[in-house]
Design a protein around this ligand. Structure first.
Ligand code: PLP
Length: 379
């Protein structure tokens, strides 16, 4: 048997090989490697796909989070609420600007931001009066949108901005709508392993706020004056996406809706076959996840490392997302956490394991993974 890939980029590559190669050749021929025509074309296509008026492509998902925070002037003395059980970039961007990431717990079943923990964190900041509450960053963990309708209500109640960190869940929906219906800003990443990835680093930030879009456009290129580019009017970054990556993404975006459907089908099949042996990620009502990861919680008391080793011996790669929540990591452990402890984040990080997941996982391979895991857990 062929080795089983954790994420299979080669099958997709074969599927769109000619189109991507032609797109890249076009860029090499016209030579506009920075801000070439494909960049504009991609931004227009993403605005349509993501139901937002303004899309800025940028150099990474991390920049896509940094740009709106910078544009809103988030700085030292400000608090931004974010989950602890996420990839580091979510909180890193906040800390980099000198503001305080305030860690919130996640729900034990959906793995997304816990609303009670969020309300408690906001109340703590207000009661203490030391930090200025500014924004919430909801994360589409493993592909499932956070409960954005509820996060919007909480944000409005407290006068906070809402960012959807959709790096893992771009294209996912709740009640048929993407995070763009509720969030002030949707940020995403095109890192190759994300559900919509390019062949290098890339990202995008979307908003319906024209003024915010204009400030972020300036910040993306060193804070330049959009009318006079040799007059920099604010401190910005070099956050542009390469034209070649935009060209590649145009072809990937064309097949993305179909891939989201395939991922949903594969995940549903996993869940149906595994729900009696492990705890599968619960979906919010009517949520469509893009299944960036298919992650399950092993039964209490299971030796996770031993399970991973046995699966590896059987040719099945796995990964642990995430073995340590952010509030347990060296660079972040001094930041405040809601109610002083994040029980669910701590518990989940100890028993999760992610299985091979991509749009091209065939049923035979999937059945082998399911049977092997079931067998390992029965022993
Ligand atoms: C990958 C990821 C990012 C950062 O994206 P990069 O393109 O790697 O900078 C941010 N947030 C989450 C939740 C991610 O998974």
């Amino acid at each position: 048997m062929q080795p089983i890939p954790f994420i299979d980029l080669q099958t997709q590559r074969d599927r769109i090989r000619e189109k991507v190669d032609r797109r890249i050749a076009t860029v090499l021929d016209h030579g506009a490697f920075i801000m070439g025509p494909e960049v504009r074309e991609l931004e227009t296509a993403l605005s349509l796909f993501g139901s937002m008026q303004h899309t800025l492509s940028c150099a990474s998902g991390t920049d896509a989070l940094t740009l709106p925070l910078m544009a809103w002037g988030i700085k030292e003395g400000d608090a931004v609420f974010c989950p602890s059980f996420t990839f580091a970039a979510t909180a890193e961007t906040v800390a980099l600007l000198g503001a305080t990431p305030y860690f919130v717990d996640v729900d034990e079943t959906t793995f997304n931001m816990d609303l009670d923990s969020l309300e408690a964190a906001i109340a703590e900041v207000k009661a203490e009066g030391r930090l200025n509450p500014r924004a919430i960053i909801g994360v589409c963990l493993f592909g499932q949108p956070a409960d954005y309708p509820a996060l919007r209500r909480i944000a409005d109640k407290h006068g906070l901005k809402l960012i959807a960190d959709a790096a893992q869940g771009y294209g996912g929906t709740i009640d048929g709508a993407m995070a763009s219906r509720w969030a002030d800003v949707v940020s995403t990443s095109f890192f190759p392993a994300k559900p919509l990835g390019c062949y290098g680093d890339g990202g995008a930030v979307q908003t319906n706020d024209a003024e915010l879009a204009a400030v972020m456009t300036s910040l993306r290129v060193h804070g330049q004056n959009l009318e006079d580019k040799y007059d920099n009017i604010r401190i910005g970054i070099n956050g542009r996406m390469d034209t070649i990556q935009a060209a590649i993404l145009l072809e990937k975006l064309a097949i993305f809706p179909e891939e989201i459907e395939a991922r949903g089908r594969i995940a549903a099949r996993y869940s149906q076959k595994l729900s009696h042996v492990v705890r599968t990620q619960a979906l919010l009502r009517d949520a469509v996840s893009t299944w960036a990861q298919y992650t399950v919680r092993l039964p209490e008391g299971t030796d996770r490392a031993a399970v991973a080793a046995k699966l590896k011996d059987a040719g099945i790669p796995t990964a642990i997302y995430y073995p340590k929540p952010l509030h347990r990591q060296t660079a972040y452990e001094h930041y405040p956490v809601s109610r002083g402890e994040l029980k669910a984040s701590d518990a989940i990080s100890k028993d999760v394991i992610s299985l091979p997941m991509h749009a091209y996982l065939d049923e035979e391979t999937q059945d082998y993974i399911v049977e092997t895991l079931t067998g390992v857990l029965a022993r």
